[in-house]
Write a protein of this length. Structure first.
Length: 365
């Protein structure tokens, strides 16, 4: 029997599911981003120990063009939109941390003088291209060439085709697990995985209509069916079935076909994650299980201070639901303005002092 996911019990609300899917998030460096509708809140714990929050608005492409909200199309659009948002929030979180920049070297000053921002743009573009090439090699080309080397290029029997495609898909998942396991050894990544757990727990707490505090959030599961990790795993599993139609093609052609059909895999994966997040039945539980298992690698139990950051981010994304956050954000804004005023005054005093010194030297001359 299929049933909707319960989000509240004994709370008197008529629609017990109206909080499911209303907010989603992402772990960033020393913080959490939450998105609810058009509102995006990014909370980060700075090097001074304070939690600061940046709130922004983003109009989804689907609101500009209704066709982009159609099933399948919306999955591709959402994937591209979230990738761009992820990069933006990651860069923003680094800026918000308040880490003092080191004095640039002479070579760095020379590069900045002669190339300026164009150098940064070129370096970013090169890094992105290299990252994409590495991803295609690891998750498309390498599994394809390995399965072809073991099973041969052409298989007449469907049973062997299925086996070849399954092997390629399982090998791809194994590479993904090895990659996650290796990056988890990096201390900063491990802390990011803890914030990932805090994000999931706080969203669960919100969806269950519980009071959003550290104690209630800590009691929630860190494994969420709508997680991006589950989405990636679902895509890899769907890829096994789609790969059956061209598993007998040469390695290069097969790799190219996997790239061409990637939007279809993304679209189907999104629709499943969307469905699984709103329904609880034997079908969704079985297909969601692999993604939830792998979240044991991509999420870690958060500390209380990390949970506090996730709570503030979620509240800032939903100020209508949590009006108490407005006072917190106003206090933060007042503090930032006071600090800016103090910095400006200090700078003006330094400029005046420097001007006096220069004037004195000119008079002596």
């Amino acid at each position: 029997m299929s049933k909707k996911n319960p989000c509240c019990e004994n709370n008197g609300c008529d629609n017990k599911d109206n909080r499911i899917g209303t907010v989603g998030g992402q772990a960033v460096l020393e913080g959490v981003m939450m998105k609810a509708g058009n509102r995006i809140a990014l909370s980060v714990r700075t090097v001074d120990g304070d939690v600061i929050t940046d709130v922004d608005e983003m109009t989804p492409p689907g609101e500009k063009c209704k066709i982009l909200k159609w099933p399948l199309i919306r999955g591709i659009v959402n994937f591209v939109t979230m990738m761009k948002l992820s990069m933006k929030t990651l860069n923003k979180s680094v800026e918000m941390l308040g880490i003092e920049e080191e004095e640039p070297t002479k070579f760095e000053k020379w590069l900045d003088k002669h190339f300026g921002k164009s150098l940064v743009n070129v370096a970013t573009a090169i890094g992105t291209i290299l990252g994409l090439v590495l991803a295609v090699f690891l998750f498309m080309f390498l599994p394809t060439v390995t399965s072809t080397a073991i099973f041969g290029e052409v298989q007449e029997q469907w049973g062997m085709r299925i086996l070849k495609s399954v092997f390629s898909g399982v090998f791809r998942i194994a590479i993904f697990l090895a990659y996650i396991g290796l990056v988890a050894l990096i201390p900063d990544i491990k802390r990011t995985f803890q914030y990932h757990g805090a994000e999931h727990k706080s969203v669960f707490c919100h969806e269950k209509y519980l009071e959003l505090n550290v104690e209630n959030v800590k009691a929630q599961s860190r494994f969420h069916p709508r997680c991006g990790t589950s989405f990636l795993v679902v895509m890899m599993i769907l890829g096994i079935f789609i790969n059956l139609f061209f598993v007998n093609t040469p390695v290069i052609i097969q790799t190219c076909l996997k790239l061409v059909t990637l939007p279809l895999v993304v679209a189907l994966g999104y629709e499943f994650i969307r469905f699984a997040g709103r329904h609880d039945n034997i079908f969704t539980r079985i297909l969601s299980a692999p993604g939830l298992w792998i979240q044991r690698l991509t999420t870690k139990e958060p500390t209380d201070d990390q949970i506090e950051v996730a709570i503030q981010s979620l509240k800032a994304a939903l100020p209508e639901t949590y009006p108490e956050i407005v006072e917190v954000l106003e206090a933060q804004k007042a503090k930032e303005e006071a600090e800016k005023t103090a910095d400006d005054e200090q700078k003006n005093e330094a400029d005046e002092e420097s001007a006096k010194e220069n004037s004195g030297e000119n008079e002596k001359e």
